[in-house]
Design a protein around this ligand. Sequence first.
Ligand SMILES: Cc1cc2nc3c(=O)[nH]c(=O)nc-3n(C[C@H](O)[C@H](O)[C@H](O)COP(=O)(O)OP(=O)(O)OC[C@H]3O[C@@H](n4cnc5c(N)ncnc54)[C@H](O)[C@@H]3O)c2cc1C
Ligand code: SF4
Ligand code: SF4
Ligand code: SF4
Length: 431
Amino acid sequence: MEQETVYTTVQAGLCCGCGICKGICPKGCISWDKQNGLYVPKIDEKFCIGCGLCVSVCPGLGQNYETAGTAADTVTGSVLGCFNAWSKDSALRNVSASGGVVSTIIRELLTSGVYDGAFCLDSYDYRDQLKTRLYTTEEVGTRWNESNAPKSRYLPVSHEKAIMYIKTHRNTRLIFVGTSCAIRGLQAAIKKLNLERTQYLFIGLFCDKVFNYNVISYFEDTYSPDAPLEALHFKNKESGGWPGDMKFFPKDGKPFYRPLADRTKAKAYFVPERCIYCVDKLNVCADISLGDNYTGKDESKLGSNSVIIRTQIGVSAWAAAKDLLEIRDICIEEIQQAQALDWRLDNLYFGDLKAEQIGNGLDLNDGVPREKEPELFTQDLKNGLKKLRAGAVYDINSTELQKQIRKDNKKPNPAVKFVKRCYSYIKRRIK
Ligand SMILES: Cc1cc2nc3c(=O)[nH]c(=O)nc-3n(C[C@H](O)[C@H](O)[C@H](O)COP(=O)(O)OP(=O)(O)OC[C@H]3O[C@@H](n4cnc5c(N)ncnc54)[C@H](O)[C@@H]3O)c2cc1C
Ligand code: SF4
Ligand code: SF4
Ligand code: SF4
């Protein structure tokens, strides 16, 4: 029987643009197509042999969890240690997204020769699709803080080059950095290719959604209408310290900052649909997961990280880098609360409603215990999708966004709101 391909993922609106399918395809017959502000795979049917490899490693179609008690515990994953931490290297900490812990670990593990290379990003220019590329020991050295590697990019990133590389360098010890979906895809590919899991270190970033690439045109139109952007820092600590403003670099113009709130406002409209079904905020499959430190403890305008060590590989990496870091103990419950995990679990029910619509017994978050009825989330999902639609078509029709923003800003009539609530309550009771 002919196997499925990732065409299924794209058709269902579940692609997160991770590029794992493109990297693994044995026929090289996947290219990129830009749709709704996202780069999604396009299959050349003339060359596709229907082997199904692409779909077998695709994280878009569903993610598995090992049930560990409550839903919040399950999406917290394994915890061998957790800390707040930051880099002792002030130059590196300064240019990093949070406390520079990711950059410090990578630099140390490469310069000490524990790993041979790391796949990270190297650009703040988002006119083209972002792809990770290999950094080697020579390149990292002491110049890491001057490179274009540090800082967070809140956009989908393709890991296709990493997959292509490991196919031909089977014994190379590598570090991968990525959001939860990317880490899952990379691990699935490593398994399929029968590579040795222990030769890789997975550094997982906490992830509360990416933007689609249309957000760059929106930022340009809104904040830099006279000059196209050459680069953008989603998060920069120079102006007011952590958590950081956006820094814009217009062509032939003076760089300027916009407050963090301008970035968060855009999140309601410019997110890939896949992200609103995802509950893996803490990157449970990584060896070490890291995010911003929002615990209220050890916070600093210079930036700091919350860190979860999950595996023995993570323990070894942490031991190798720890003398270069300031480290404070913290409880996992404090990280769970700071990262608003309970709130994030709403996505579980959005995912169930989406899966029901697709059929085929799909479970987008397999293994996570359900504690509520998905139907309660029907209206919220509808409202959320309407907003995402406006951002998805921004490149072809920017007026949709203005219309949607006007609608969202309209204050609801309290009487109408009350009647609607009574109606939906009665409807639920009758059911
Ligand atoms: C899309 C996204 C969403 C996030 N959401 C949250 C959140 O909700 N809560 C929270 O606490 N933290 C979140 N983070 C993590 C946070 O922004 C920092 O990345 C993390 O704290 C590490 O900080 P650092 O100073 O140690 O990293 P740095 O030392 O600055 O190093 C960051 C490394 O990550 C790489 N990188 C950056 N962006 C990407 C990407 N998209 N894909 C792959 N590699 C990348 C860089 O190349 C660099 O090597 C998010 C990060 C991303 C990318
Ligand atoms: S592997 Fe990644 S890029 Fe390919 S279809 Fe799946 S989610 Fe999209
Ligand atoms: S089914 Fe096989 S050949 Fe076809 S696109 Fe997927 S991986 Fe490539
Ligand atoms: S929210 Fe989930 S699906 Fe979206 S980029 Fe982050 S990890 Fe991937």
